[in-house]
Design a protein around this ligand. Structure first.
Ligand SMILES: O=C(O)CCC(=O)C(=O)O
Ligand SMILES: [Fe+2]
Length: 229
Protein backbone atom coordinates (compact mmCIF):
# COMPACT_ATOMS: atom_id res chain seq x y z
CA UNK A 1 0.00 0.00 0.00
CA UNK A 2 1.33 3.43 -0.89
CA UNK A 3 0.44 6.26 1.42
CA UNK A 4 0.87 9.58 -0.29
CA UNK A 5 1.59 12.78 1.55
CA UNK A 6 0.76 16.13 0.10
CA UNK A 7 1.48 18.74 2.68
CA UNK A 8 2.36 22.32 2.10
CA UNK A 9 3.34 22.17 -1.56
CA UNK A 10 0.84 24.79 -2.69
CA UNK A 11 0.48 28.03 -0.74
CA UNK A 12 -3.25 28.33 -1.32
CA UNK A 13 -4.43 29.85 1.98
CA UNK A 14 -3.72 33.56 1.51
CA UNK A 15 -4.99 33.72 -2.06
CA UNK A 16 -8.47 32.41 -1.31
CA UNK A 17 -11.23 34.95 -1.88
CA UNK A 18 -14.14 35.79 0.41
CA UNK A 19 -16.41 33.14 -1.09
CA UNK A 20 -13.81 30.48 -0.44
CA UNK A 21 -13.36 31.71 3.10
CA UNK A 22 -17.10 31.66 3.74
CA UNK A 23 -17.31 28.19 2.27
CA UNK A 24 -14.55 26.99 4.59
CA UNK A 25 -16.26 28.75 7.54
CA UNK A 26 -19.44 26.84 6.75
CA UNK A 27 -17.63 23.48 6.62
CA UNK A 28 -15.80 24.15 9.89
CA UNK A 29 -19.01 25.27 11.63
CA UNK A 30 -20.94 22.16 10.58
CA UNK A 31 -18.10 19.81 11.47
CA UNK A 32 -17.80 21.26 14.94
CA UNK A 33 -21.56 21.47 15.52
CA UNK A 34 -22.64 18.08 14.11
CA UNK A 35 -19.46 16.17 13.34
CA UNK A 36 -20.41 15.84 9.69
CA UNK A 37 -21.96 17.49 6.63
CA UNK A 38 -22.68 16.89 2.97
CA UNK A 39 -21.67 19.30 0.23
CA UNK A 40 -22.15 19.73 -3.48
CA UNK A 41 -18.61 20.31 -4.74
CA UNK A 42 -19.40 19.96 -8.45
CA UNK A 43 -19.00 23.64 -9.26
CA UNK A 44 -15.81 23.92 -7.19
CA UNK A 45 -14.18 20.94 -8.84
CA UNK A 46 -15.73 21.45 -12.27
CA UNK A 47 -17.32 18.91 -14.59
CA UNK A 48 -14.01 18.34 -16.39
CA UNK A 49 -12.21 17.25 -13.23
CA UNK A 50 -15.05 14.97 -12.14
CA UNK A 51 -15.05 13.40 -15.61
CA UNK A 52 -11.26 13.00 -15.47
CA UNK A 53 -11.44 11.24 -12.10
CA UNK A 54 -14.25 9.03 -13.37
CA UNK A 55 -12.17 8.03 -16.38
CA UNK A 56 -9.22 7.17 -14.14
CA UNK A 57 -11.21 4.89 -11.88
CA UNK A 58 -12.81 3.22 -14.91
CA UNK A 59 -9.37 2.59 -16.37
CA UNK A 60 -8.00 1.26 -13.07
CA UNK A 61 -10.92 -1.09 -12.80
CA UNK A 62 -10.58 -2.33 -16.37
CA UNK A 63 -6.87 -2.99 -15.91
CA UNK A 64 -7.54 -4.97 -12.71
CA UNK A 65 -5.44 -2.47 -10.73
CA UNK A 66 -7.92 -2.31 -7.88
CA UNK A 67 -7.33 -4.61 -4.93
CA UNK A 68 -9.72 -5.97 -2.32
CA UNK A 69 -9.77 -3.60 0.61
CA UNK A 70 -9.09 -4.70 4.16
CA UNK A 71 -9.87 -3.40 7.62
CA UNK A 72 -7.57 -2.57 10.53
CA UNK A 73 -3.82 -2.12 10.49
CA UNK A 74 -0.72 -4.08 11.38
CA UNK A 75 -1.47 -7.45 12.96
CA UNK A 76 -5.18 -6.51 13.17
CA UNK A 77 -5.42 -6.14 9.37
CA UNK A 78 -7.87 -8.48 7.69
CA UNK A 79 -9.75 -8.82 4.42
CA UNK A 80 -13.08 -9.85 5.84
CA UNK A 81 -15.72 -9.84 3.08
CA UNK A 82 -18.48 -9.90 5.69
CA UNK A 83 -17.32 -6.41 6.77
CA UNK A 84 -16.36 -4.72 3.53
CA UNK A 85 -16.32 -5.74 -0.10
CA UNK A 86 -15.04 -2.81 -2.07
CA UNK A 87 -11.86 -2.70 -4.13
CA UNK A 88 -9.45 0.19 -3.86
CA UNK A 89 -6.49 1.90 -5.56
CA UNK A 90 -4.45 4.59 -3.80
CA UNK A 91 -4.01 7.97 -5.49
CA UNK A 92 -0.37 8.94 -6.00
CA UNK A 93 -0.97 12.54 -7.09
CA UNK A 94 0.85 11.99 -10.37
CA UNK A 95 -1.89 12.57 -12.94
CA UNK A 96 -3.24 16.05 -13.81
CA UNK A 97 -6.69 15.14 -12.43
CA UNK A 98 -5.22 13.93 -9.14
CA UNK A 99 -3.01 17.01 -8.88
CA UNK A 100 -6.05 19.24 -9.28
CA UNK A 101 -7.96 17.27 -6.68
CA UNK A 102 -4.99 17.48 -4.31
CA UNK A 103 -4.97 21.30 -4.58
CA UNK A 104 -8.61 21.26 -3.47
CA UNK A 105 -7.87 18.87 -0.60
CA UNK A 106 -4.92 21.00 0.46
CA UNK A 107 -7.17 24.08 0.61
CA UNK A 108 -9.47 22.16 2.89
CA UNK A 109 -6.60 20.92 5.07
CA UNK A 110 -5.27 24.43 5.58
CA UNK A 111 -8.75 25.92 5.99
CA UNK A 112 -9.80 23.39 8.63
CA UNK A 113 -6.55 23.81 10.54
CA UNK A 114 -7.00 27.59 10.65
CA UNK A 115 -10.54 27.32 11.94
CA UNK A 116 -10.56 24.21 14.13
CA UNK A 117 -6.87 23.89 15.12
CA UNK A 118 -6.87 20.22 14.19
CA UNK A 119 -3.18 20.03 13.35
CA UNK A 120 -3.85 18.12 10.13
CA UNK A 121 -0.46 17.34 8.59
CA UNK A 122 -1.30 15.56 5.36
CA UNK A 123 -3.91 13.54 3.55
CA UNK A 124 -4.19 10.21 1.80
CA UNK A 125 -6.83 9.15 -0.69
CA UNK A 126 -7.98 6.06 -2.54
CA UNK A 127 -10.45 5.27 -5.27
CA UNK A 128 -13.08 2.75 -4.22
CA UNK A 129 -15.24 0.59 -6.41
CA UNK A 130 -18.30 -1.27 -5.16
CA UNK A 131 -19.91 -3.85 -7.44
CA UNK A 132 -23.61 -4.76 -7.14
CA UNK A 133 -24.08 -6.40 -3.74
CA UNK A 134 -20.99 -4.78 -2.20
CA UNK A 135 -21.25 -2.91 1.10
CA UNK A 136 -19.16 -1.70 4.01
CA UNK A 137 -20.63 -2.44 7.44
CA UNK A 138 -20.86 0.17 10.13
CA UNK A 139 -17.49 1.40 11.34
CA UNK A 140 -15.38 4.33 12.46
CA UNK A 141 -12.45 5.35 10.26
CA UNK A 142 -10.03 5.71 13.14
CA UNK A 143 -9.54 4.75 16.74
CA UNK A 144 -9.72 7.60 19.19
CA UNK A 145 -6.38 8.80 20.46
CA UNK A 146 -4.25 7.38 17.66
CA UNK A 147 -3.93 10.86 16.13
CA UNK A 148 -4.01 9.34 12.70
CA UNK A 149 -7.15 9.81 10.61
CA UNK A 150 -9.01 12.79 12.00
CA UNK A 151 -11.23 14.09 9.19
CA UNK A 152 -12.71 11.89 6.45
CA UNK A 153 -13.96 13.12 3.10
CA UNK A 154 -15.69 10.96 0.52
CA UNK A 155 -16.27 12.30 -3.00
CA UNK A 156 -18.76 10.45 -5.17
CA UNK A 157 -18.33 9.97 -8.92
CA UNK A 158 -21.57 8.33 -10.08
CA UNK A 159 -23.62 10.05 -12.75
CA UNK A 160 -27.38 9.47 -12.89
CA UNK A 161 -27.55 7.61 -9.58
CA UNK A 162 -31.21 6.69 -9.03
CA UNK A 163 -33.18 6.29 -5.81
CA UNK A 164 -33.32 2.47 -6.14
CA UNK A 165 -29.60 2.05 -6.82
CA UNK A 166 -28.74 1.60 -3.12
CA UNK A 167 -25.20 2.27 -1.98
CA UNK A 168 -26.18 5.17 0.28
CA UNK A 169 -23.79 6.22 2.98
CA UNK A 170 -25.71 5.88 6.23
CA UNK A 171 -24.46 8.21 8.94
CA UNK A 172 -25.12 7.65 12.65
CA UNK A 173 -25.35 10.22 15.41
CA UNK A 174 -22.00 10.61 17.14
CA UNK A 175 -23.79 11.20 20.48
CA UNK A 176 -26.19 8.23 20.22
CA UNK A 177 -24.75 5.81 17.66
CA UNK A 178 -27.97 3.80 17.20
CA UNK A 179 -29.68 6.84 15.74
CA UNK A 180 -29.39 7.28 11.98
CA UNK A 181 -28.93 10.95 11.24
CA UNK A 182 -28.50 10.93 7.49
CA UNK A 183 -28.37 8.95 4.26
CA UNK A 184 -26.22 10.27 1.45
CA UNK A 185 -26.79 9.13 -2.13
CA UNK A 186 -23.42 8.71 -3.90
CA UNK A 187 -24.18 11.12 -6.74
CA UNK A 188 -21.43 12.66 -8.80
CA UNK A 189 -20.07 15.86 -7.27
CA UNK A 190 -21.48 15.22 -3.83
CA UNK A 191 -19.05 15.00 -0.93
CA UNK A 192 -19.44 14.08 2.69
CA UNK A 193 -17.06 15.24 5.40
CA UNK A 194 -17.02 13.83 8.92
CA UNK A 195 -14.87 13.32 12.00
CA UNK A 196 -13.10 10.00 11.48
CA UNK A 197 -12.94 9.00 15.14
CA UNK A 198 -16.46 10.04 16.10
CA UNK A 199 -19.03 9.43 13.39
CA UNK A 200 -20.09 5.81 12.77
CA UNK A 201 -21.13 5.18 9.19
CA UNK A 202 -21.85 2.36 6.76
CA UNK A 203 -22.24 1.86 3.03
CA UNK A 204 -25.55 0.14 2.28
CA UNK A 205 -25.45 -2.60 -0.37
CA UNK A 206 -25.07 -1.10 -3.83
CA UNK A 207 -27.25 -2.35 -6.67
CA UNK A 208 -25.11 -0.74 -9.36
CA UNK A 209 -21.40 -0.21 -9.72
CA UNK A 210 -20.46 2.62 -7.34
CA UNK A 211 -17.31 4.73 -7.58
CA UNK A 212 -15.90 7.16 -5.04
CA UNK A 213 -12.72 8.66 -3.66
CA UNK A 214 -12.20 8.34 0.09
CA UNK A 215 -9.71 10.77 1.68
CA UNK A 216 -8.41 11.12 5.19
CA UNK A 217 -6.73 14.12 6.74
CA UNK A 218 -4.20 12.91 9.26
CA UNK A 219 -2.43 14.37 12.27
CA UNK A 220 0.63 12.16 11.99
CA UNK A 221 3.47 12.82 9.60
CA UNK A 222 4.33 9.14 9.33
CA UNK A 223 2.09 6.32 10.62
CA UNK A 224 2.80 5.33 14.22
CA UNK A 225 4.04 1.70 14.39
CA UNK A 226 1.41 -0.52 15.98
CA UNK A 227 3.65 -3.07 17.70
CA UNK A 228 3.83 -2.63 21.46
CA UNK A 229 1.26 0.18 21.48
O1 LIG B 1 -17.95 5.35 0.21
C1 LIG B 1 -18.48 5.77 1.21
O2 LIG B 1 -19.57 6.34 1.21
C2 LIG B 1 -17.81 5.57 2.56
C3 LIG B 1 -16.61 4.66 2.51
C4 LIG B 1 -16.02 4.44 3.86
O3 LIG B 1 -16.67 4.54 4.86
C5 LIG B 1 -14.59 4.11 3.98
O4 LIG B 1 -13.92 3.83 2.96
O5 LIG B 1 -14.08 4.13 5.12
FE1 LIG C 1 -15.40 4.76 6.53
Amino acid sequence: MTIVSFAGATPVGPSLDTTDQQWLDHIADEVSEWGWLTLDVSSRLGGGLLAGLREEVDRLEESAAMARAGVGRGTAYSRDPSVRRDRIAWLNGETPAQQQLFVFLEELRVGLNRRLFLGLQRFEAHYASYQPGDFYRRHLDSFRGRASRVVSLVLYLNENWQAGDGGELQVFNRESPDEICGQVAPESGRAVIFLSEEVPHEVLPARCRRHSIACWFRQDVVPVPLTGV
